[in-house]
Structure formats: C-alpha cells, structure tokens
Ligand binder design. Structure first.
Ligand code: SF4
Ligand code: SF4
Length: 182
C-alpha cells in the first residue's frame, strides 16, 4: 500500500514509510524486552553451562585459527594476504636441503579481525578458522599466540586453544614439531 501511495504522493509515501519503519523497530524492541520477563526464562549459564559445555557455533564460524605446523611450507602467502599484517612467520633455510623450516608462526589477536583472508591463499591447506572463541586473558601478551609453540592438538584445533596453553607456550623456545619439510 505504501508503494502505491508513494507513486501518487511521494512525500506522503515517505512519511508513511518512516512511521511504519519506526513502529516496526519499536515493536521488535518491545517484544524482546517483554521476553526477558517470562517466568520460564533461563539465564545464559543455565542454557549453555559455559564453560563446561561450549556455546554451539555455526559450521562456518570464524574463531581462533587452526594451524598445522607439520604441513606449512613457510611460503608467506597468508601473511601477505592479511590486511592488518598480524601474522608473523619466522623461518630459516634448511641446511643442505630445499626450502625453509618454520621457527615461529605468530598471530597477534589484538589486531586480527577474523576475516579469514589468510585461509584462502594457503597452497597446502594448513590454516583454517576454528571454533574457539574464548581466549580471554589479562594482558596483551596473552593475545599474541605463537602456534609453533603450542601442542599440536591445540594448534590444530582438536582441543580448544586456551589461555593456559598459550601461557605455557611462552616459555618454549623451539617449535614443538619438525614437519616433513624441516
Ligand atoms: S583472519 Fe584476517 S586479520 Fe586475522 S590473521 Fe587472517 S587475514 Fe589477518
Ligand atoms: S600460506 Fe599456508 S603454507 Fe604458506 S606460510 Fe601461510 S600457513 Fe604456511
């Protein structure tokens, strides 16, 4: 109906559309506000029992990365694709052989915006966006994660990346695993 009015009287159509849009927005706000007073409403922790039971995430959720040090060929493609330059790759030439070996693979999560642009160009599919979303920490250092110092199951996402594992990785001086190219 508003479209018809808009065709005949554009100014009146605009006024009606504005009234309808504001009214619709207020209705949704009111409906959500009223829901909070329902007697059977459960608290967030009752619904999800976090952190014992993780909050379910969508299949294509972009959480903290999963990285497989054993297949990475240190090609730098992911770091070059990152729009905020928050991937730092340490590598050194393999003595008497071809290619490089990884000495560090650090992502600064104070800068990362979880855009997944680093995932696409990887030629060996060793970096993905994971399902972990709760790397809370008390200092900025806790947000800087060197995946090459994490246990493989944590780095590759078989167990959740967590502040304790990240803190322990800070005292490890060598990469935890030498891949096939190292
Ligand atoms: S998700 Fe985006 S911002 Fe984060 S490391 Fe990858 S490319 Fe960079
Ligand atoms: S693009 Fe893949 S193989 Fe290349 S450095 Fe990044 S993670 Fe490693």
């Amino acid at each position: 109906m508003i479209a018809t009015v808009k065709r005949v009287f554009p100014w009146l159509g605009n006024v009606l559309e504005a009234i309808y849009t504001v009214g619709h927005g207020m209705f949704i706000t009111l409906r959500t506000a009223v829901k909070t007073y329902r007697p059977d409403r459960k608290t967030f922790t009752e619904q999800f029992e976090y952190p014992e039971l993780p909050v379910p995430v969508a299949a294509r959720y972009r959480g903290f990365h999963r990285f497989d040090l054993t297949t990475c060929i240190s090609c730098d493609q992911c770091a070059k694709a990152c729009p905020v330059d928050c991937i730092y790759i340490g590598k050194e030439k393999v003595e008497g052989g071809k290619g490089f070996k990884i000495t560090g693979y650090t992502i600064d999560y104070t800068k990362c915006m979880f855009c997944a642009l680093c995932v696409e160009p990887c030629p060996v599919d060793c970096i993905f966006m994971g399902a972990s979303h709760d790397l809370s920490c008390y200092s900025r250092d806790g947000c800087i994660v060197d995946f090459s110092r994490l246990p493989l199951d944590v780095a590759w996402g078989r167990s959740a990346i967590n502040p304790t594992a990240v803190a322990q990785s800070k005292v490890i001086t060598e990469p935890v695993h030498g891949g096939p190219n190292q």
